[in-house]
Ligand binder design. Structure first.
Ligand SMILES: Cc1cc2nc3c(=O)[nH]c(=O)nc-3n(C[C@H](O)[C@H](O)[C@H](O)COP(=O)(O)OP(=O)(O)OC[C@H]3O[C@@H](n4cnc5c(N)ncnc54)[C@H](O)[C@@H]3O)c2cc1C
Ligand code: FES
Length: 294
C-alpha cells in the first residue's frame, strides 16, 4: 500500500492578495481539497501566470479545512514570483498539492522548538497551528527571523521565556492569539527583536533546559541553507533532534524528473533523494551527517 497521500490539482480562486514590505506577499486562495488534506511542511506547485506553464513550489502556511481556503507567504525573487504577484483577487491559479513528506509531530515530544527564517516562516506557522489545535500550545516555542520587515505587525509578547534577553519582546500576533510563546530575530535593529542570528536565540533557550528536557525536545526548521546548517550545528551541540525542510530548484515537483536530488544519509548509507517527494523534510542528521559523528 502506498504511503504517499493524495495529491490534487485544483483551480484556485484568489480570495486575498496582500503586499508587504520587502517584496513579500500573502495570498489566500480557495482550494478545498488542498485545505482538507494538507499536513505541516507540505507545499503546493503553483502556476504563476495563466499563460505560463511553469510552476513554482510554495509552502502551505495555513489552511481552513472548514472554509476551504489556503494561505501562502512568498517573496518575489525572479520571473515566476513576479508574475504571481501580478495576479489579482478573482483570478485563479492552478495548484498541485499537497506535496511532500510533512514534519513528524510526535506525541512523546515535550518541547517543540520552531525556527523559521525568511520565507521559511510559513511551515513554522503551519506546525504552530497544528500544535495549538492539538492543545499543545504551551509546549511550543517559535523563533522567527527576517532581514526585511516582518510580513505582520510585531507586537509585545505577554509570555515570559527563560533564557531570552530582556528587551527581546516582539512576537507575531497570530502566535499570541494561539497562546504560543514566540520571539523575533534579525540582524537589522527592529524594535523588540533580538539583534543577531535566530540560532543564537535558540542556543540561549536550549542552554537553560535540563539534559532530560533537551532529550524530549524536537527542533523543526525551514529557511535559507546557511541557517539550516547553523540549526543542524545547534542540534548536534545540544543533542536535540531536529527536522529540516530543504529548498531545492524543482521542475516537476512530483518525483518524476530527479531534478531536485540531494545526498541524504540514513543508517550510514548515503543516497540521492528527491527533495520534492522524499522530503522536503529530513532529519538534520541525514542532511549534515558529518556534524553528528562525535
Ligand atoms: C519545498 C519548497 C517550498 C518553498 N516555499 C516557499 C515559500 O513558502 N515562500 C517563498 O517565497 N518561496 C518558497 N520557496 C522558494 C520558491 O520556490 C522560489 O523562490 C521560486 O521558485 C523562485 O521562482 P522565480 O521564478 O520567481 O525565481 P527564479 O528566477 O527561478 O529564481 C530567482 C532566484 O532564486 C533562486 N531560487 C529559485 N528557486 C529556488 C529554490 N527552490 N531554492 C533556492 N533558491 C532558489 C534562484 O537561484 C535565483 O537566484 C520554496 C521552495 C521549495 C523547494
Ligand atoms: S522536482 Fe522532479 S523529482 Fe523532484
Amino acid at each position: 500500500m502506498s504511503t504517499q497521500p493524495s495529491i490534487f490539482v485544483e483551480q484556485a480562486e484568489i480570495l486575498e492578495h496582500k503586499a508587504f514590505e520587502g517584496d513579500q506577499w500573502i495570498m489566500r486562495v480557495q482550494a478545498p481539497k488542498c485545505a482538507a488534506a494538507t499536513l505541516p511542511g507540505q507545499f503546493a506547485h503553483i502556476t504563476c501566470h495563466p499563460l505560463r506553464l511553469m510552476r513554482r513550489p510554495i509552502s502551505i502556511m495555513r489552511t481552513s479545512p472548514k472554509q476551504g481556503w489556503v494561505d501562502f507567504l512568498y517573496k518575489v525573487v525572479g520571473e515566476g514570483t513576479e508574475l504571481l504577484s501580478a495576479q489579482v483577487v478573482g483570478e485563479s491559479v492552478s495548484l498541485i498539492a499537497p506535496i511532500g513528506k510533512p514534519f513528524t509531530l510526535s506525541e512523546n515530544t515535550k518541547h517543540h522548538l520552531l525556527i523559521g527564517g525568511g520565507v521559511g516562516m510559513p511551515p513554522m506557522v503551519a506546525i504552530a497551528d497544528a500544535l495549538q489545535q492539538q492543545g499543545r500550545a504551551k509546549q511550543t516555542f517559535a523563533l522567527l527571523g527576517s532581514e526585511v520587515p516582518f510580513p505582520f505587525n510585531p507586537q509585545p509578547s505577554t509570555f515570559m521565556i527563560n533564557g531570552i534577553p530582556d528587551g527581546v519582546i516582539a512576537t507575531m500576533p497570530l502566535m499570541e492569539d494561539w497562546r504560543i510563546a514566540c520571539r523575533l530575530a534579525s540582524l537589522q535593529a527592529f524594535a523588540g527583536c533580538f539583534q543577531g542570528y535566530i540560532t543564537e536565540l535558540a542556543s540561549l533557550w536550549l542552554e537553560q533546559l535540563s539534559d532530560e528536557d533537551r532529550k524530549q525536545t524536537m527542533i523543526y526548521s525551514c529557511g535559507p541553507t546557511p541557517m539550516l546548517e547553523a540549526v543542524a550545528k545547534v542540534s548536534a551541540q545540544y543533542h536535540v533532534a531536529a527536522q529540516l525542510s530543504l529548498e531545492e530548484h524543482m521542475a516537476c515537483a512530483v518525483g518524476g524528473c530527479a531534478g531536485c536530488t540531494q545526498p541524504i544519509t540514513e543508517e550510514g548509507v548515503t543516497a540521492m533523494k528527491r527533495v520534492c517527494v522524499d522530503g522536503p523534510v529530513f532529519s538534520a542528521q541525514a542532511v549534515y551527517p558529518e556534524l553528528f559523528t562525535a
